[in-house]
Design a protein around this ligand. Structure first.
Ligand code: HEM
Length: 516
C-alpha cells in the first residue's frame, strides 16, 4: 500500500485519487503519513479518557472545524455552472477587448446565480432580486459581469448600501427579517420605487435560473484601440423564455428547487443558453436622456439592443464548495477595452467585492482554480495566507535590470477630463417614479394583481401608519391605479396618501435639481 501511495504522491489530491484505478487506498493524515484507525480514538483502556496525543483525531476535528469560510455578506445562497461564451459580432469598432474581437470567438465562463438577502441554507423560493454573475476567462484576464436578473437597483450611491442591507437583513434584536424595518428605510428612499415594483412582481420569484434574464445594470465604458469611448449596458436574454412563479407557488417550492433544476437540466444535456445584448450611447447622446445616465435606478428605456454573443452552460461543477462557494466575482475584474463608468454604485462596488474576498477567503483568493485567470499572472505580489504560488524568485521588485518585466502604456486606463467641484451631493435629474409607473402599466392584468398582492402582503405587516402611507404615496406617484389598489389593500385612507404626495411634491423641485 505504501508503494502505491508513493507512486501517486506528487500530483496533488486529485492525481492521488485518480491513480488508484478504483483500488482502496491507504488513508493518511494531511502530512501524508498513513494512519492505523479512522474509527477509534486513541483511548486509555476500555473506560479511560481520549489522549491529547491522538494527532489523527485532533487533526480530523480541527480540519472539520474549519470547513466553512464566512459566507458572502449578501448573495450567500447560490448555484454555479461552467460554460462557454461565443461572440456573434465583431465589436472592435467600439472595444479593444479581444473577447468581442471577432464573431465566433469562444471564451470559457463560470456563472453563479443567487438570491441576495437570505443565508446560504435558505429556501430558494424566497422573494429577492436574483444574482446573475458571469466570469469570462478572457485572453487578457478575467472579466466579471456581476449583475442581477432585474435591470435596475434600489439605490444609486454606494454610501447607502450597508444601511439598505441592514434594514433588509434580520433585526439585530429579534433576528427576524421585518418589513417594518426595510419599509421604513424605503420610505426615505423614493428612488427604490422602480426596483420595488420589479422585485414584488413575479420577477422576484423566477421559476428557474434558466428562465430569467440577466442585467449588468450599470453603464460601462467601452474603449476601442484608438481610445474612442462608447458607453454601454449589457443584458442576458434567456433563450428558455422568462418564466416566474406567483408568490403562493414560490412559497411552496422545495428548498433546493432552483439548484436541482439547473443541475438536472445540464446533467441531462439540456444546456441553457442566453443571448448577450448591448445598448450603446456616445457621451453626447447620454446628455440628451431625461434622467442621469449613470443612475442605476433607471433603465436606458427606448435605447435599442443589439445581440453580440451567446452563452451556454454545459457543466455542473464537480465540487460545490471548490467552484461555487469559492468563486469570487468582483466588478473590479475588468479587462482592457471595458472600463468603469462614473455610476456611483459601480464605483463603490469596484472596492467592496475584492475587499470582502480578501477578508473572507484570503489574500490569495485569485489563485484558487475557479478564480485563476487562464493567462499568466505576472506581478510581485507575494505571501499571505495560503500562498500556493510557485516560482517566487530572488528579484521580487520592479524595476530590475536582472529580471525582464515590462508594462505597455496602451493598457493604461483611458484618459479623461474632469471639470468639477468636489463635494458630497446627490446626482442631478433624480425623478424616481416615471419608470416604475411604466413598468406597472406594461404588466398583464394578472401580473398587476400579483404585484399588488405581493406588496400588500409585506406592507400590510407594517405597523407604522406613516411608513405605510408614505410607501403607498410613492407607488401612487408611479401609477394612480397601483397606488389606489394598494391603499385599499393595506387600509390607508386615500386622503392621507394624497396629503403625503403633496408634501413630497412641495420639495420635488429641489430634489430634481439634486440639491437636497
Ligand atoms: C455579492 C456588495 C450592489 C450584484 C456582493 C458581495 C458584496 C456586495 C460584499 C459579496 C461578495 C463576496 O463575498 O464574494 C455590494 C455593494 C453594492 C452592491 C457594496 C453597492 C454599492 C450590487 C448591484 C448588483 C449586485 C447593483 C447588481 C447589478 C451582486 C451579485 C453578487 C453580489 C450578483 C453575488 C456574486 C456571486 O455570485 O458570488 N455584493 N453589492 N450588487 N452582488 Fe453586490
Amino acid at each position: 500500500a505504501l508503494a502505491k501511495l508513493g507512486a501517486a504522491v506528487g500530483g496533488g489530491f486529485d492525481a492521488r485519487a485518480r491513480a488508484t484505478g478504483g483500488a482502496a487506498l491507504q488513508m493518511t493524515r494531511d502530512n501524508g503519513a498513513p494512519i492505523g484507525s479512522n474509527r477509534n480514538s486513541l483511548a486509555a483502556g476500555d473506560t479511560g479518557p481520549v489522549l491529547l496525543e491522538d494527532t489523527t483525531l485532533i487533526e480530523k476535528l480541527a480540519r472539520f472545524d474549519r470547513e466553512r469560510v464566512p459566507e458572502r455578506v449578501v448573495h450567500a445562497r447560490g448555484t454555479g455552472a461552467q460554460g462557454v461564451f461565443r461572440a456573434t459580432a465583431d465589436l472592435s469598432d467600439i472595444t479593444k477587448a479581444p473577447l468581442f474581437g471577432q464573431a465566433g470567438k469562444e471564451t470559457p465562463v463560470f456563472v453563479r446565480f443567487s438570491t441576495v438577502i437570505h443565508p446560504s441554507g435558505s429556501p430558494e423560493g424566497a422573494r429577492d432580486p436574483h444574482g446573475f454573475a458571469v466570469k469570462f476567462y478572457t485572453d487578457q484576464g478575467n472579466w466579471d459581469l456581476v449583475g442581477n436578473n432585474l435591470p435596475i437597483f434600489f439605490i444609486r450611491d454606494a454610501m447607502q448600501f450597508p444601511d439598505m442591507v441592514h434594514s433588509l437583513k434580520p433585526s439585530p434584536v429579534t433576528n427576524k427579517q421585518d418589513p417594518n424595518r426595510f419599509f421604513e428605510f424605503f420610505s426615505g428612499t423614493p428612488e427604490a420605487t422602480n426596483m420595488l415594483v420589479h422585485v414584488y412582481s413575479n420577477l422576484g420569484t423566477p421559476a428557474s435560473y434558466r428562465t430569467m434574464d440577466g442585467n449588468g445594470v450599470h453603464a460601462f465604458k467601452l474603449v476601442n484601440k484608438d481610445g474612442k469611448v462608447t458607453f454601454a449596458k449589457f443584458r442576458w436574454i434567456s433563450r428558455q423564455g422568462v418564466k416566474s412563479l406567483n408568490g403562493d407557488l414560490a412559497a411552496k417550492a422545495p428548498a433546493n428547487f432552483l439548484t436541482d433544476d439547473l443541475y438536472g437540466a445540464i446533467s441531462a444535456g439540456d444546456h441553457p443558453t442566453w443571448d448577450l445584448m448591448v445598448q450603446t450611447m456616445t457621451a453626447d447622446e447620454l446628455g440628451h436622456l431625461p434622467f442621469n445616465p449613470f443612475d442605476d435606478t433607471k433603465e436606458w428605456l427606448d435605447v435599442p439592443f443589439r445581440k453580440i454573443g451567446e452563452m451556454t452552460l454545459n457543466q455542473v461543477p464537480e465540487n460545490f464548495f471548490r467552484w461555487t462557494e469559492q468563486s469570487a466575482f468582483a466588478p473590479a475584474n475588468l479587462v482592457p477595452g471595458i472600463e468603469a463608468s462614473p455610476d456611483r454604485m459601480l464605483q463603490g462596488r469596484l472596492f467592496a467585492y475584492s475587499d470582502t474576498q480578501r477578508y473572507r477567503v484570503g489574500a490569495n483568493v485569485m489563485d484558487l482554480p475557479v478564480n485563476r485567470p487562464r493567462v499568466a499572472v505576472v506581478n510581485n505580489y507575494q505571501d499571505g495566507q495560503l500562498d500556493a504560488a510557485t516560482g517566487q524568485v530572488e528579484v521580487n521588485y520592479f524595476p530590475s535590470a536582472a529580471r525582464g518585466r515590462s508594462v505597455d502604456p496602451s493598457f493604461a486606463p483611458t484618459p479623461y477630463k474632469i471639470d468639477a467641484i468636489v463635494r458630497t451631493a446627490p446626482i442631478s435629474k433624480t425623478e424616481p417614479f416615471d419608470q416604475a409607473g411604466r413598468f406597472y402599466r406594461a404588466l398583464k392584468p394578472a401580473d398587476k394583481a400579483d404585484l399588488v398582492k405581493n406588496l400588500a402582503g409585506d406592507l400590510g405587516e407594517v405597523t407604522s401608519p406613516r411608513t405605510r402611507t408614505v410607501m403607498v404615496s410613492y407607488f401612487l406617484q408611479a401609477d394612480r391605479d397601483l397606488g389606489a389598489r394598494l391603499a385599499k389593500a393595506v387600509n390607508v385612507p386615500i386622503s392621507d396618501v394624497d396629503r403625503a404626495v403633496a408634501e413630497y411634491q412641495a420639495t420635488a423641485d429641489a430634489r430634481y435639481a439634486g440639491v437636497q
